[in-house]
Design a protein around this ligand. Structure first.
Ligand code: ADP
Ligand code: ZN
Length: 609
């Protein structure tokens, strides 16, 4: 049966090889075993259930929480010649009834099913009358109350094991932490499943965290210089900021649209649709946008606010570059972010244990932001993987800002001591602005009001600029030496600062650069293969146009015709006939027949030779 799996890979999907461990996963399902798959976004999870569903007799049922995207997934499979359909509440009853009928007659290979349908007695009855090949539970972390995408409907999925004991089940997720993993296995009854955990590296994503000074302008500069006419996502914390940022980008000539849970449902859907269907939309969004955004060619993810945890950061940045082509994860970060998040957490409800966990997660995220060496190393270690599994140098990935431009550090022991004692001398009742004014000896109204010109730390910090002090305070808060009160952001000393105050501890910190012009883009490096050579631009555009035209005719997204990676191989090979065309990665039988001649013609029209 494995030979059949290879044939499907080649003939239907147009790929030559499985990526490890796709073949082992498929093998397990073909052997009637259950599987649990933890693989990063873009790793290639879909083929792990699609191919066995095609090879085994019967229909593969895919449970997915992403109802709004089901039709797209069906469209993409249909393009490859697969008989797919979906059943969910957003579809008319007549559609769902028709799918049920086709399934009973064995006319379908794959059905996407919303989890809430599964619990209906009539759905179960229907499924029992169909011949089924497997159940795939996509986004399986939704079953975990610990994780951040919990869906109560997912709890019902435990019934699959009891109701269909002979049908193999495969659960898939990209969410990594151990607790979530254990909960998935427990709740879905996968104790006997084969476990496949892939490494967590996303080598094609370049991670960069830059200091905020004028975030909007920095963002615009980043998009204009590195991602003109490309698709990307910009994450902001609040709805208001989403709206204002999207509007502003639009006035600057960027194709930007807003997305957040407060928008009218139709607007939201329309914007998401445009993001998928068009080539160069920048979606400015809250975290409401994203789970399962199945768009392979998102070229960048930018953060204007700090995510609350490394899990969230990695999941959000992971939406870039699913197609394996070079992509950027860019973030602007500053003192305000640290204060705001610390305040939010201090004021959040929830029991002590919950708060403590939230604080720990935030601290790890702040640690990443303040890191002075390889970011990827920390990221993948956080998920229990190791850089040395993927790179020759166990300390440098070569594709993050700190690896590309090594960070300078300075001995901040003395300055930190001044800062901490100033917080103490002013009774731990003030925020950074005031404490910095005291340190720098600025005689403001507030200082006069509280008589702070008379404290012993008044003016002892005039040797550093305001920016340098802000940098220091940011790092003191980020590293946990200072706590932030949730009412007004008053600073107070953490227990851990004692050693510094007493002079027994040393502190080395990042040396931030304050050069406005250099701050955002000094770390830009050209990645191999991101940019199309100038002499190839014309043909590249012609191929993109051909793809867009074909997609429009059918009302589907261009990437459903061919991914960028396939277009790139066309650019390299310049196929002269269908035979040559058929060798391209991503060209299966169906697409060869339907689109081969259009693209071959586009190449020939451009290069008549
Ligand atoms: P995930 O669901 O894990 O995020 P996908 O299933 O969407 O990942 O796959 C990511 C990308 O990799 C898709 O563009 C897919 O076509 C491609 N891909 C998956 N498996 C292979 C393979 N064996 N060879 C080439 N490309 C692959
Ligand atoms: Zn690195």
């Amino acid at each position: 049966m494995m030979q059949q799996a290879y044939d499907v890979l080649k003939n239907t999907f147009g790929y030559d090889q499985f990526r490890a461990p796709q073949d082992q996963i498929i093998q397990a399902l073909l052997n009637n075993e259950d599987a649990f798959v933890l693989m990063p976004t873009g790793g290639g999870k879909s083929l792990c259930y699609q191919i066995p569903a095609l090879v085994r007799n019967g229909i593969g049922i895919v449970i997915s929480p992403l109802i709004a995207l089901m039709q797209d997934q069906v469209d993409a499979l249909t393009q490859a010649g697969i008989r797919a359909a979906c059943v969910n509440s957003s579809m008319p009853n007549s559609h769902n009834a028709q799918v049920e009928q086709q399934a009973l007659q064995g006319q379908l290979d794959i059905i996407y099913l919303a989890p809430e349908r599964l619990t209906l007695a009539r759905t179960l009855d229907w499924l029992h009358r169909c011949q089924l090949s497997l159940f795939a539970i996509d986004e399986a972390h939704c079953v975990s109350q610990w994780g951040h995408d919990f869906r109560s409907d997912y709890l019902q999925l435990s019934l699959l094991q009891q109701s269909f004991p002979t049908i193999p089940r495969i659960a898939l997720t990209a969410t990594a932490d151990n607790k979530t993993r254990e909960e998935i296995i427990f709740r879905l009854g996968l104790q006997n499943a084969k476990i496949f955990v892939s490494g967590f590296d996303r080598p094609n994503i370049q991670y960069r965290i830059t200091l905020k000074n004028n975030p909007k302008a920095q963002l615009l500069n980043f998009i204009q210089t590195e991602h003109p006419n490309q698709a990307g996502v910009v994450y902001c914390l609040s709805r208001k900021k989403v709206e204002s940022t999207a509007q502003w980008l639009a006035t600057q000539g960027i194709n930007a649209l807003p997305y957040h849970a407060g928008l009218d449902k139709n607007v939201r859907q329309q914007n998401q649709q445009r993001f998928l269907r068009e080539e160069s939309i920048v979606m400015v969004a809250t975290i409401a946008f994203g789970m399962g955004i199945d768009k392979p060619d998102v070229r960048f993810v930018a953060h204007l606010d700090l995510p609350k945890s490394i899990e969230a950061y990695y999941q959000e940045t992971g939406r870039a570059g699913r197609d394996g082509q070079a992509a950027n994860a860019w973030m602007a970060y500053g003192l305000e972010d640290v204060i705001k998040l610390k305040q939010m957490m201090a004021g959040s409800d929830g029991d002590e244990q919950f708060k403590r966990i939230e604080q720990q997660k935030l601290s790890s995220m702040l640690g990443l932001a303040e890191l002075t060496d390889c970011r990827r190393r920390l990221l993948i270690q956080y998920f229990g993987d190791d850089l040395s599994n993927h790179y020759p140098d166990p300390k440098h990935c070569g594709n993050c800002d700190n690896c590309i431009t090594p960070v300078k550090t300075w001995d901040a022991t003395e300055a930190a001591r001044k800062a901490l004692s100033c917080v103490f001398r002013t009774d731990q009742r003030f925020g950074t602005v005031h404490v910095i004014n005291v340190l720098r000896g600025k005689l403001t109204e507030k200082i006069k009001q509280f008589n702070h010109q008379n404290v012993s730390t008044f003016g002892i910090g005039s040797d550093l600029s305001e920016g340098q002090w802000r940098s220091l305070f940011r790092q003191l808060v980020a590293h946990g030496y200072l706590k932030v009160n949730y009412d007004y952001g008053q600073l107070s000393l953490d227990e851990s600062s004692r050693g510094l105050l007493k002079g027994s501890d040393q502190l080395t910190l990042r040396l931030d650069t304050f050069d406005k012009h250099k701050a955002s883009n000094s770390q830009k490096v050209k990645q191999q293969d991101t940019e199309i050579q100038p002499q190839e631009q014309g043909l590249w555009q012609a191929l993109r146009d051909c793809r867009t035209l074909l997609a429009r005719e059918q009302g589907i997204a261009p990437f459903m015709i061919f991914h960028d990676s396939t277009l790139r191989s066309m650019l390299a090979l310049k196929p002269k006939n269908l035979d040559e065309f058929s060798t391209l990665s991503g060209v299966g039988q169906m697409k060869l027949e339907r689109y081969g001649s259009a693209f071959v013609k586009a190449v020939q029209d451009f290069n008549p030779s």
